[in-house]
Every structure is written in C-alpha cells, then in structure tokens.
Design a protein around this ligand. Structure first.
Ligand code: MLT
Length: 391
C-alpha cells in the first residue's frame, strides 16, 4: 500500500482554517473583545425572499407523495440549467443546455475538474492566488509554474510566450486582489491557450460584482474561448449561498483535446462521482434568475459594494496603495510601514480586533499585502474602518 505522499508537500492546514484557529485562540483568551471578521469572504446578508419562497415551496413538494423526488440528474435539473443558459444569453453568450453543469459550488468543481487532465501537465498559476488551485494540484502531484502578479502589472499577469503551459488558472474579478482583466487582456490569454493547446480554467465566481460595462464578466465574451476554456461560477457570493451550496460550470461542446470531448468527459465524471445538488437548493438557485430574484440579489450586491467603497475611500484618504474594491468585493492593500502580512494580521487582530487575510497566505507575492472583504455587515465594516484608522 502506497500513500499519496504529495499531501506531505502541502502546508499543515488550509489558509482559512489557519486563520480561524488563530482567531478562536485570540477570542478564547480575550472574551471581552468584540472581534470583527473581514477575513474569509463569507456573506452576512440572508438569502433573498425569492430564494426562500422557492425553497419553501420545494420543501412542501418533497413532503407530498405526488411531487416527491428522489435522485435528480447529476448535472442539474433542466429548470436550473435553462435559467443559467438564459442568464448567459442576456449577455450575448450562446450556450447549449448540455454545456451547463450544476454543482455544489465552484470550489469543488475547481478541484474535481483535475480528474480530466493528465498528471504530467504543467499548470500555470498566478501568485498570489486562491489557495484551492495550488493545493489541489499539489495533491495530484502536478508541476506548478507560477506567474508573478504584482503591483507593477496591476496584479494581472499576461502570457509569457517563453513559458509552455497546459492548464492555466485565471480568476477575474480576482480573489484575492480584486483586480479585473480587460477584454483585451483576456484576448491575449485566449490566443495563448489556442496557440499552446492549453486549457484555461476561468473562475468567474465574482462576475456579478462587475459594474463597469467595459469589463468582461465571462471568458466566453472572448472569441475563441469556447475552444480553450472552462468557466466556474457560484451562487455563494452572488446570492448568499456560502452555506446553502450551489454553483455551475460551463464546459463548451467545442472543447476537445487529444480527440476527446471535455464536455463528455465531465459528464461521465459527474454522473459517476456526484449525485447532484439537492432539488430544494436548485429550486432556490433558479429563483435567483427570476426578475424578482435578480432585483433582490442586486440590492444585496450593492450593499456589499457600498461596504467596499467605504473601505476603499478610507484607504485612499490615508494614501494607502490598494487594488480592488470597485468591481470586486475584495480590497487588497499594501501593509503600512513595510510590515509583513502576518505581522500586520497579528497587529490588526490584537490592537484593532479586526480580522483580515494576510497576503502571504495567497502566495509569496502576497507578502507585504493584506486582503479585506466587503462581505461584513455595514455597522461592523464602518467600525472596522474606524479601528484600522486609529492604529
Ligand atoms: C475566500 O475568502 O477567499 C473565499 O471565501 C473562499 C472560498 O470561496 O472558498
């Protein structure tokens, strides 16, 4: 029996678990302190009424013999897949129903998609980055090449023709930096992927935060992307589903490699290893796409966007360098006085009782930077800004 030794190459714990442990230790030692959490990007507003009503109706259906449902289609019910296709169509992107796969969230799919690719592929990952891309590839023993995202390139690295990659991870609006690729920049990535026979794994979990119409919200806005990209989306940040769990992944029919259809492979993979998202949850997710649902989730997103504006304007007033906060719920700031990012984390926790995420947790280029999220509640966000300003 041989164990997967690649697990030894991982850090001891997942970034957000490490932070949660540090915060629990601090609150246990200081029960009198009120700690404000702007660390993990977890939402604070409840599910919107359209979603709640749809889920309640679905619960009632599940409680009656005539309408009860057992196993559903692994790739999602038609009513939700059709709503996803319509959501893309409104933005001028035409998808076939067979290209939309419903899942329990982008995180799972971003890890699971690796089942489709050989272990010997070279993976190109920006640094800093959402740690799931790195850790899932380390677990599989793949070679990772990092591309530097830094203040010089606005945390938006572009292709280097000298590097040959097979899989490329892009996230825009970016987690953790909040930076957003322009159409022109994404076009360069699509061209690179087509030239190199590579596949782009495009994480669009934060697309709903983009308000500038000049900025792309999907890789499929770029010509040629259907032949080289897979897109991952989520209801987590868009509609408050972090605890409810639902997302979707778009695998175009044109995407073929080595004579095989990635769409067919993903369907095979999902039908084998996944039994689908609960009917009740899918009914809630479908309600997000109704006119009422869209209006209600927009209100929630606007609330978070206002939080981002409050944080960003406080930083601007003090001359702190940052990215994000405008078309993204994340604000990525340079730690003051040349402080290290874990040092700044400890200082904010101990002196301001505010939790953020140290940039170094997202990769070596994150050292000296710090991430704050706009997903807190308003009063807490305002109070956090006051406390940070004070120290
Ligand atoms: C984050 O804080 O980066 C996210 O909430 C993590 C996630 O979406 O899994």
């Amino acid at each position: 029996m041989k164990i997967n030794r690649h697990y030894q190459e991982l850090k001891d714990s997942y970034l957000f678990s490490t932070i949660a442990h540090k915060v629990s230790a601090y609150t246990a030692a200081h029960p009198d302190k009120s700690v404000i959490r702007l660390g993990i990007g977890d939402v604070t507003l409840p599910l919107c009424p359209a979603v709640v009503e749809a889920m309640q109706a679905a619960v009632a259906e599940m409680g009656r013999k005539e309408t009860f449902r057992g196993y559903g289609p692994e790739q999602g019910y038609d009513f939700l897949a059709d709503a996803i296709v319509a959501y893309y169509r409104e933005r001028g992107i035409l998808l076939d129903r067979s290209e939309a796969f419903v899942s329990d969230g982008a995180k799972s799919d971003l890890g699971n998609i690796l089942d489709l690719f050989d272990k010997d592929n070279t993976v190109l990952i920006p640094d800093p980055v959402y740690p799931v891309y790195v850790d899932t590839n380390i677990m599989a023993g793949r070679t990772i090449r990092y591309m530097d995202a830094n203040a010089e390139n606005g945390f938006l690295p572009l292709p280097d023709e000298g590097v040959k990659a097979d899989l490329i991870y892009l996230c825009s609006p970016n987690n953790p930096t909040g930076a957003v690729y322009s159409r022109e920049q994404l076009k360069r990535w699509v061209e690179y992927a087509l030239e190199n026979d590579a596949v782009i794994l495009f994480d669009a979990a934060y697309e709903a935060f983009v308000r500038d119409p000049a900025l792309p919200r999907s890789i499929f806005e770029i010509e040629g992307a259907r032949r080289c990209a897979i897109e991952f989306c989520s209801f987590s940040k868009t509609a408050g589903f972090t605890g409810t769990r639902c997302g979707y992944t778009i695998v175009p029919q044109e995407l073929q490699r080595g004579g095989m259809s990635l769409n067919a492979m993903w369907l095979r993979r999902q039908t084998t290893k996944f039994n689908g998202v609960p009917y009740i949850v899918q009914r809630g997710a479908a309600a997000v796409f109704t006119p009422e649902g869209q209006r209600q989730i927009r209100e929630n997103i606007d609330y978070y966007r206002e939080n981002a504006r409050i944080i960003a304007s406080a930083l601007r007033e003090r001359g702190v360098w940052f990215t994000g906060g405008e078309n993204s719920p994340y604000i990525w700031l340079r730690c003051p006085d040349g402080m290290g990012s874990w040092e700044y984390f400890d200082r904010l926790l101990e002196e301001a009782n505010v939790v953020g995420t140290p940039g170094e947790g997202f990769g070596k280029n994150g050292e000296g930077f710090f991430r704050l999220t706009a997903f807190g509640d308003r009063a807490n966000t305002e109070e956090a800004v006051r406390r940070i300003a004070r120290i």
